[in-house]
Design a protein around this ligand. Structure first.
Ligand code: CTP
Ligand code: CA
Length: 226
């Protein structure tokens, strides 16, 4: 109802959106995760669907429920998320990676609850595969959008990620800014493409950011198809 009257500018587009934080198991009762609420990815899924897209939301841990009426694939770890994305990759027209993927996972996952022993313990972590980079390398027709959460040198880091991961657009947010980042209902973002800054958006709701971003995606896809 919120999007009544939204133009169907993404009609028929197959879209995969990732949201939330990944959960990296240490043992059966413990894990590593992050503060991602999933709100940005969920907002994108809702608005994209209202614009006519055929949306699949691949969701890690979220602190808010996913609205009914959205097709959701629940995943736990970064490895699960990679598999879920790759399964749908060939068929997708647009992939938006709003999820906060853990950069590292425990090297070993204990089958039993780890018992406390010595005064110190060391947990060895190993790097997770970069999902965005993996799909960027395999990109054929897909329009790929990444996110970058930064605390400093936002533009430099965002553009570096965009180039390394072969994204069409990257949405950067400076998480030190009031109203931006994890858990909030608002966001403050800048959008970049390979040539540099595309847009500076003022503070707005995550639904508003989703709408602005999806309008630009639709516009660019239409131009690319001309
Ligand atoms: N990403 C991903 N797979 C990973 C890590 C990140 O797909 N293993 C994606 C995120 O979903 C996001 C983008 O890459 O769309 C940027 O994530 P970010 O954490 O900002 O960048 P990193 O490349 O992980 O670099 P760093 O954390 O060192 O800043
Ligand atoms: Ca990271």
């Amino acid at each position: 109802i919120r999007f009544f009257g939204e133009k169907k500018i993404l009609e028929g587009k197959k879209m995969v959106i990732t949201a939330g934080g990944t959960v990296e198991r240490i043992d059966p009762v413990r894990y590593l995760t992050n503060d991602s609420s999933g709100k940005m990815g969920i907002a994108l899924a809702e608005v994209a669907q209202s614009m006519g897209a055929d949306v699949t939301l691949i969701a890690g841990k979220t602190s808010v429920p996913v609205p009914s009426g959205i097709r959701v694939v629940k995943v736990e770890s970064a490895q699960d998320m990679l598999e879920a994305v790759m399964e749908r990759f060939d068929d997708s027209d647009v992939i938006i990676k709003a999820a906060a993927v853990a950069d590292y996972r425990p090297l070993e996952r204990a089958q039993q609850k780890i018992k406390k022993k010595s005064e110190e313990m060391t947990l060895t972590l190993i790097k997770n595969t970069d999902i965005l980079q993996t799909i960027g390398q395999r990109k054929t027709k897909q329009f790929i959008v990444g996110f970058a959460a930064e605390t400093e040198n936002v533009e430099e880091h965002a553009l570096d990620k965009l180039r390394r991961k072969h994204c069409d657009l990257i949405v950067a947010n400076d998480v030190t800014q009031e109203g931006a980042g994890f858990g909030t209902d608002t966001n403050v973002v800048r959008i970049y493409d390979a040539a540099g800054l595309v847009d500076i958006l003022p503070i707005m709701s995550k639904l508003g950011v989703a709408r602005e971003l999806l309008l630009r995606i639709a516009e660019r896809m239409a131009k690319g198809a001309e």
